[in-house]
Design a protein around this ligand. Sequence first.
Ligand code: C2E
Ligand code: MG
Ligand code: MG
Length: 726
Amino acid sequence: MTRLNEVPFYDPHPDPLQGIEPASRILIVDSDAAQRINLRRILTQPGRQFDQCGGYSEILARLTGAHYDLILLDYRLPDGNSLAILEWLERQGRDEAVIMMSDDCAMDVAIRALRRGADDFLRKPCHEIELRRSVRDVLKKHASERTNRSLRERLVASERLHRDLAERSPDLVFSLDTEGCFKFVNPRVISTLGMSERELAGRRLSSLVEAGNAAELDELLRAQRADPARDFNAELHLKCPGGTTDGCEDGHVTVEVRGSPITEQDAGRAVYTGLYCVARDVSAHRRAEELVGFQTYHDQLTRLPNRTLFRDRLELAIAQAQRRCNCLAVMIADIDRFKLVNDGYGHADGDALLCQIAARFTDAVKSGDTVARLGGDEFAILLTDIGGAEEAQRGARTIMRALEEPFALSQGPFRVTLSIGIAIYPTDGDSAEMLTRHADIAMRQIKQAGKNGLRFFAPEYNSHHRQRIAMENDLRVALDRDQLELLYQPQVSLTENRIVGMEALLRWNHPDNGVISPATFIPVAEEIGLIGEISHWVVEQACAQLATWRTAGHSHLKMSLNLAQHDFGREDIIELVMDCLRRFMLPPDRLELEITESMAMQDGRSVAGRIRALRSAGVGIAIDDFGTGYSALAYLQELPVNVLKIDRRFVRDLDGLVTNPIVAAIAGIAKGFGLKLIAEGVEHARQALNLKALGCDVMQGYYFAKPLSAAEALRAIPLSPRPVME
Ligand code: C2E
Ligand code: MG
Ligand code: MG
């Protein structure tokens, strides 16, 4: 047998590829140890590692423990069949390259070996050059096959990954052809649109887009065809009647689409074949944005525009009116005595009333006009395109009429009146700020003048307004700065010929403006929410004073107090009064609370309930200024009132007349209902006599005494009042 190592070692052509071959491990299998050494010597070069073994069983042991790039396999093995090795490699899925070497020159040996997977066949003895070349070629081929295989595997893995990503993506992933028809859709597209893959295939995306949005999409796709490299970004409103995703709440879903062009190579040129799109469902986000936008510009309760939006619209309307030389009107409308609803009926009814008013306002204006809620019970109305003040007045009257029908509240029907201030562009201002301010000033004017009406702004209101603002500010600190004082006006009984009570009358000693009458500042205090604090102080102060007089021995005295409308809306009014009586150890019947007819007339059950509770605790309830308010007297039956105070203006008319029919009627009512009568504003003896003749015994007025300071009142109590001539 010719042995390889017997072949003279001569290499006239050194291998030009030597050195750039990748590192490799070679297993030499030959039963002849010298041959193995020789082969190794021939093949040695940097980067190659060798193992060797001599027989069949040894090979399998090596192959199970290691991996080789190449096996140089002698055909004839002493203990087994080399072809069986090839089969084993095949079965095991091994990728080792094999060069079979054999001294058998039969052709079929080579064929068998090559068929069973050998990469080359060398006949021994073989030339070193031939051996080296074969090894080099097989290793190269093997390396490139391995690279290809690994590339293929990576490609398959990457494709699988991308398919998985697309399939499982929470986004809508799809591809479109050049006409914008679906080619591929992921499951998310199917669930969002509620259509099957089959229904979607070949369908135009624009056919699923809301009408207003479809033309825009078609235009974008056309531009994309013309210039595939441009960015494709669009927000689409897709119809999804059968959609099952969260975003698809009202049969629509809003998606943000980003597209990348798909190109294919054709004769070395990139040809545009469609778009690969990823769309994100932004419906919830858009809805949240819309909500935030709505809340920023609207009142949450009535859903009317708020102050900010009103201002925007007014500015726009001013700009338009300027261009068209038109007029516009700004109205500030304030609900009269709204506080009573909130305080007396509760906030739920207050809210319901505001919503109903908002709806009636909206119905009462033209479609282009704006009704806004500025806050609380204050609304603003913008009438655009009007001819002038008369048209504004007609508009305001319509709005007022809209409130005439009673409103349905949980406690029954409720009537509302309105105070409206109007400013006209351009006469009353040319900016949103100025027109709104002037309308507001006009509204305050009508409020002060008795509410329930409308008033146009007039320049002189500005100074009234400034005074009013100054008063509000000063009033806020009046209590803390001890500027409030109670005066006491004696109430005289003619039969007893002595002072039987005192009416506490409030004064504000203003540091600059002198004494201010309660008739001036009490309504302001009511409007700015200070009345509660002031009334509390009055009750406390008057009770303390009565206690002092009682200690001085005047225990027969009664104290009358005036309470504001707001006070009976307070839940704690009973507790406040009773607490004072307890602390100052006053019998409840020594205290008399004066309320006006309008307070007694309030529909609020809670107000009536509070009056009843106080009365049943023994506290006196007097109707002040009786006869000036309402003509309906039903409330006298409903409420446990025990005193009527005849108003000054009826007493004044008693001057000349011996009998005044109104006073006579009031006296009759008092008698009929078993009520005590007190006449106020008695200035002359003649009035007192006439009152006495009509059955009125207790009187107060300048004839007997003006309101006095506490010290003066104390001095006056023991004295007999001025005699009334018979
Ligand atoms: P009122 O309760 O009817 O009080 C009677 C008013 O007539 C008092 O005016 C008193 O000074 C005045 N007066 C009394 N006798 C005569 C007279 O002979 N001739 C004339 N011309 N006037 C007379 P005043 O003190 O300015 O109070 C005005 C109103 O302010 C009161 O009317 C009452 O409704 C309210 N008021 C007074 N004090 C308080 C208070 O502490 N709280 C509340 N909420 N209102 C008060
Ligand atoms: Mg009074
Ligand atoms: Mg009075």
